[in-house]
Design a protein around this ligand. Structure first.
Ligand SMILES: C[S@@+](CC[C@H](N)C(=O)[O-])C[C@H]1O[C@@H](n2cnc3c(N)ncnc32)[C@H](O)[C@@H]1O
Length: 326
């Protein structure tokens, strides 16, 4: 992948702006946007939008700042890009930018077997909308599913804490028979319904409320009864959720008398205490778990070189475990 593709791919997926520009520079030795081809592609993507949402505005404001800092003699800069950036700056002042959360469509573009695909999700500009972002561990799981190294083909899959719903398309391409995306409340599930519709997936996917903290919800087997695999990513971000997450896996696995069910859980290592708690809860419930991160990470289908969807300053450690009944 060259710098132009890197930049437009990250831009279309609405990766954090500063991170995108910095990682592009780190990888390709320049800011990426500064080549004429990258500018033209960005202008094309931007002109396809009805309005400039806050993400585009922030991106263009940063680009304008970089243009201002450009040493003279740098390659010519697209006038269209400068005009768009200047327009974005004038808008951001009038709109009191950043005060109101905006939700915008993001396209995650990837290739499997030489064929290009887009997975569409909706991303919020507010960090507090945890279900309207794609998190590092979620993107890692998405990449691992796409590489077909997980046992997904022909399976009926349920995802807990599905958030933005990015795995929907990956599961389908990995051969899942059906998918149920769940999250904690109606607001999150309304978004997942919208994602299913946007990706034309209603013939193989549904969205349901499943609040991990409600034992009845976790136990409610009606929807999960005929499922084979339970997956989740970054749902242990709050240590208070760890017990509920493990309970859900335990209920799901123990409800199957033939013991052919299993699960996958990807998580960002936010603290060693959280990891210890997770593993001790799994042991206490008599579940087997194995860390399969090393076995799958090399061959995963990488969306971008760095698996970072939030600007953390350093790459986060992500672990993927497979969970089986004892
Ligand atoms: C950090 S996000 C991860 C989202 C997605 N899996 C990803 O990795 O991009 C955590 C997700 O867990 C969901 N969540 C939080 N508390 C929950 C609960 N009690 N029951 C079910 N889901 C919950 C949030 O709504 C959010 O979608």
């Amino acid at each position: 992948m060259d710098a132009t593709r890197y930049l437009t791919r990250g831009f279309r997926a609405r990766l954090p702006v500063r991170y995108l520009l910095d990682s592009c520079e780190e990888l390709y030795g320049d800011t990426g946007w500064s080549t004429r081809r990258a500018q033209d592609e960005l202008v094309e993507v931007l002109q396809g939008q009805k309005d400039l949402d806050s993400y585009c505005r922030s991106f263009l404001r940063l680009v304008l700042r970089e243009i201002d800092l450009c040493p003279s003699g740098r390659e010519e800069i697209s006038e269209d890009l400068v005009t768009l950036a200047a327009h974005a700056c004038s808008l951001s002042v009038a709109a009191g930018d950043g005060t109101i959360a905006e939700v915008a469509e993001a396209a995650f573009e990837f290739e499997v077997g030489g064929v290009k695909h887009d997975a569409y999700v909706y991303i919020s500009s507010a960090m507090s909308d945890v279900h309207l972002r794609v998190w590092d561990a979620g993107l890692f799981l998405f990449e691992c599913i796409l590489s077909k190294q997980l046992d997904i083909s022909s399976k009926r899959v349920v995802e807990i804490g599905a958030g933005a719903g990015l795995n929907l398309v990956a599961l389908h391409l990995a051969g899942a028979q059906s998918t149920i995306l769940t999250d904690r409340n109606e607001i999150a599930v309304d978004n997942l319904d919208r994602v299913i519709e946007r990706n034309s997936a209603s013939n193989y996917a549904r969205a349901r409320v499943l609040d991990l903290e409600e034992e009845d919800d976790a136990r409610r087997a009606s929807d999960l009864q005929d499922a084979d695999v339970l997956i989740g990513a970054d749902i242990t971000y709050d240590p208070a959720l760890v017990k509920s997450v493990v309970r859900c896996y335990s209920l799901f696995l123990s409800a199957d008398k033939s013991k052919s069910r299993y699960g996958y859980l990807a998580f960002t290592v936010r603290s060693s205490e959280m990891v210890d708690l997770l593993y001790s809860e799994l042991q206490a419930r008599g579940l087997k778990y194995s860390d399969i991160t090393r076995a799958v990470e090399e061959r995963r289908v990488r969306f971008l070189e760095y698996c970072r969807t939030s600007r953390t300053g350093k790459p986060s450690e992500i672990i993927l475990i497979r969970i089986d009944p004892s």
